[in-house]
Design a protein around this ligand. Structure first.
Ligand code: GLV
Ligand code: GLV
Length: 336
């Protein structure tokens, strides 16, 4: 992170250690520095010091890219987030400073849908509990209701947030002969035709679904969308799955609903504070299956996300329009 900077070459800072072969196209056009660890987030002071001289930042969802970062980043032209979600970035501020914000949609749809469905199956069929049970030597005999869960096939799934990932989940649900309900800001008649998905209000969906699957992005409108009332609307037998962002859920309300038996179980890939504290009350419950935010975590997809982030940076630095631009207003007010 030290050394001379060639004034003609753009300076690109990457907030995690990524494979050299993936970032080679960036090295070809610029001076590239990386935070040297892949399992520890960039230190805030290092991020700020590098933002100060950077033309481009390649960031992770665990980095808070707020006004402070963009204010010091006097030359900053692009923040390329290696995620489809971008709630870690203050997008209006980026636009104000003429900074492009890019993400990695599409390449992770199927991978994230696979994980979401795996979490749904694992929660319904008590897979994690069963795997722990056998390894703990507790399996003494076959018995009629040993680790009996609940069926997935032919049940009703309610998808909140029918974007591309939500549609990929619906496709999987169709293969399981599920009845598919969805709620979204805008109706998607194409998905209704292709997947047989039925549009509902939020409340109708919660009241009818056996599996409530949250895939909506985190915004001011969706923060704590799943509150105590939402869980009360659900069936007592309902299973709640969250694969979007933790803060879409009021975790205290979820805990209370699970303890009070207002819903049956939850499968969570995301938490309000990540990494979640191991002493978090939700992790103490047997009917909670928890995963460490691994929705898009296949080697193939993570590489594609890295490549896409690099392409987004290359485009902006070479004066092109990036493939995945979040703040389209940027086109009218980009920094040169
Ligand atoms: C992961 O959560 C992502 O937004 O890509
Ligand atoms: C992503 O979160 C989506 O809604 O597809």
């Amino acid at each position: 992170m030290e050394g001379e900077i060639d004034m003609d070459k753009p300076y690109i800072f990457i907030t995690r250690k990524l494979p050299e072969e993936v970032i080679a196209p960036l090295r070809a056009i610029g001076e590239v520095e990386m935070w040297p660890y892949d399992d520890v987030p960039v230190a805030r002071d290092v991020l700020l010091a590098n933002a100060k001289k950077a033309d481009a930042l390649l960031t992770m969802l665990s980095d808070r890219i707020d006004r402070e970062v963009m204010e010091v980043g006097e030359k900053l032209k692009v923040v390329a987030n290696m995620a489809v979600g971008f709630d870690n970035i203050d997008v209006p501020v980026a636009t104000e400073y003429g900074i492009a914000v890019c993400n990695t949609p599409d390449v992770l749809n199927d991978t994230t849908a696979d994980l979401t469905f795996a979490l749904l199956l694992a929660t319904a069929r008590r897979i994690v509990e069963a795997a722990e049970y056998i390894k703990a030597g507790e399996w003494k005999s076959w018995s009629p209701f040993l680790l009996a869960g609940t069926d997935v096939h032919h049940k009703t799934i309610g998808i909140v947030g029918l974007g591309k990932i939500g549609q990929a989940v619906a496709k999987r649900a169709k293969g399981f002969d599920m009845n598919i309900l969805y709620h979204n800001r805008t109706r998607n008649e194409e998905a209704e035709r292709q997947l047989g998905a039925v549009y509902c209000t939020f409340q109708q969906l919660l009241q009818a679904a056996d599996f409530v699957v949250c895939l909506t992005p985190l915004t001011a409108e969706t923060r704590h969308l799943f509150n105590r009332q939402a869980f009360r609307w659900m069936k007592k037998s309902a299973i709640f799955i969250n694969a979007s962002r933790g803060a879409v859920v009021d975790e205290e309300a979820l805990y209370e609903a699970l303890v009070a038996g207002e819903i049956a179980a939850a499968g969570l890939d995301v938490f309000t504070k990540e990494p979640v504290d191991p002493s978090h009350p939700l992790l103490s419950l047997k009917n909670v299956v928890a995963l460490p935010h691994i929705g898009s975590a296949s080697i193939e997809t993570r590489r594609k996300m890295m490549e896409r982030s690099c392409r987004n940076i290359l485009a902006v630095l070479t004066g092109e329009t990036p493939e995945a631009l979040v703040n389209t207003e940027w086109l009218a007010q980009k920094r040169s």
